[in-house]
Design a protein around this ligand. Sequence first.
Ligand SMILES: Nc1nc2c(ncn2[C@@H]2O[C@H](COP(=O)(O)OP(=O)(O)O)[C@@H](O)[C@H]2O)c(=O)[nH]1
Ligand SMILES: [Mg+2]
Length: 197
Amino acid sequence: MEKYKIAVLGLMGSGRSSITLRYLKKEFYGETDPTIEEEYETTVTIDDQDIGLTILDNAGGEELSYSLKEYFQNGHGIIIVFSLTNMTSFLNCESYIRLFESVTNRDAKDHPILLLGNKKDLEEKRCVPVEKTKDFQKRIKAHYWEVSALTGENVDQAINEFVKAIRNQYTEKDKQGYQKNNAKKSKFKRIFSRKKK
Ligand SMILES: Nc1nc2c(ncn2[C@@H]2O[C@H](COP(=O)(O)OP(=O)(O)O)[C@@H](O)[C@H]2O)c(=O)[nH]1
Ligand SMILES: [Mg+2]
């Protein structure tokens, strides 16, 4: 079974834990402890294929936890959550891109990123305009969905589509690796059979 590691990041209060729990338990947990960092394991079935997921619900202060560093270095994707009702939480998203790049020395554009605008249900309190989110999404080459952990709207779709994108990206890489290995192998074979003759 393929296994992927995904970290959920965002400003405190944007709904990281609520989204994670909505996805895993299909329920809304009104109040979650904002200081606790949790790691969850689950198996999801996508296109009749079982995929193992390990999800890190980052508790997030400014400091980089040991687990987050590990998820940056060896993980397969990042979910960045902001609240559509809080401009600061949106503007803060960029800092995770920079953090990822400084920790890994890699371009975040090559790493699967899902940007989630949460609290879609609070329409009258919305203050992050869709144009701004789209501009940012394009700039960082992320997938983007507006969701509500409270009603559950788009949560499963967003994350399942993201897992599919991760799977496609990594199987594509595996294939390339496999072709390279095979090319090497056949060269060996040729040398070997020549020697035999
Ligand atoms: N109306 C509404 N409230 C939400 C939603 N998601 C989270 N909340 C609330 O926002 C607060 C912060 O959520 P939480 O998941 O703890 O955020 P975290 O600090 O990023 O983990 C809590 O009071 C939640 O009940 C949502 O989709 N809609
Ligand atoms: Mg939390």
